[in-house]
Design a protein. Structure first.
Length: 278
């Protein structure tokens, strides 16, 4: 039986990117995984935070002054910060828990920052660097600002962003840098949140929860690697028929994959097991 949280998430995922309510979709993830939740109440809290922030930034025109005022409100007055001490805790990816506990992952703190900024009509977008997530304040006149909500709003330079990319990619390819620095869509942000959760659940051997994360990724966008992972998780959970279907489809869709032989062997083992029970 599909939960109300999953039904609502699926409805949001069907919308075009420019109509996806990022905060609501993120709250639906938390709602499903916690088995309980009140997204509307959390959205009202974000609205109230935005109204309070509006008073702090009123009258400021310079982008640095606006960001400084918003940072002071979120990180000094309200005390939001990154959870450096228990980074992999799934609660760091639940927006309602981030709001209540004032701690979270970079991407969740950035989602909150973005949602408040958008309510104030500030020119903010996400910045999905490899290994870290920032908020970008677009200022064509004075230069963009790169804000790190995980580290209490510290400003990054463009060079630091580039070094972060190089640390993962190994080389500075101007085309790759432009691609990574482009604003991510709400859909891609949700996928990144769910992949973080999948990793946290697998680390804890909570495979049913990991499977639920993969299912929602596939609702948002098809990905052959996620199809493979769904098959492997289904196999681990004893869902052999579904696992075999997923792994066979992956083998068909990714004939050049480096793990293809291992996946074929796993699929054959599943087929043999199913034959014995039928």
């Amino acid at each position: 039986m599909v939960s109300p949280a999953r039904r609502r998430f699926r409805a949001i995922a069907r919308l075009p990117d420019d109509r996806i309510n990022l905060a609501e979709a993120t709250l639906c993830i938390a709602w499903e995984d916690q088995g309980d939740g009140n997204p509307l109440a959390s959205l009202r809290i974000i609205d109230a935070m935005a109204e309070a922030a509006r008073e702090r930034v009123a009258g400021r025109r310079d982008s640095r002054a606006i960001v400084a005022a918003l940072n002071n409100y979120l990180f000094e007055e309200l005390g939001f910060r990154g959870n450096h001490w228990n980074y992999s805790d799934p609660a760091n990816s639940f927006l309602d828990q981030v709001i209540a506990r004032r701690v979270g992952l970079p991407i969740l703190l950035s989602v909150l920052y973005l949602e408040i900024g958008w309510r104030l009509r500030l020119p903010v977008v996400g910045l999905a660097l490899p290994g870290h997530f920032l908020v970008r304040y677009i200022d064509a006149r004075e230069g963009d600002l790169y804000i790190d909500p995980f580290n209490r709003g510290r400003l990054w330079s463009y060079a630091e962003c580039e070094r972060q990319i190089v640390s993962f990619a190994g080389v500075v390819d101007p085309a790759l840098v432009r691609q990574i620095m482009a604003p991510p869509s709400p859909r891609s942000i949700l996928i990144r949140i769910l992949r973080n959760l999948k990793s946290a659940y697998i680390q804890r051997e909570q495979f049913e929860r990991a499977l639920a994360a993969v299912e929602r990724i596939l609702i948002l966008a098809f990905d052959a690697g996620e199809l493979r992972d769904r098959g492997l998780l289904r196999a681990r959970l004893g869902q052999w028929s579904g696992a075999l279907s997923d792994l066979e489809r992956y083998a068909h869709l990714a004939p050049q994959a480096s793990d293809l032989e291992a996946i074929r062997q796993r699929a054959q083992a599943l087929a043999d097991a199913l034959a014995q029970y039928n």
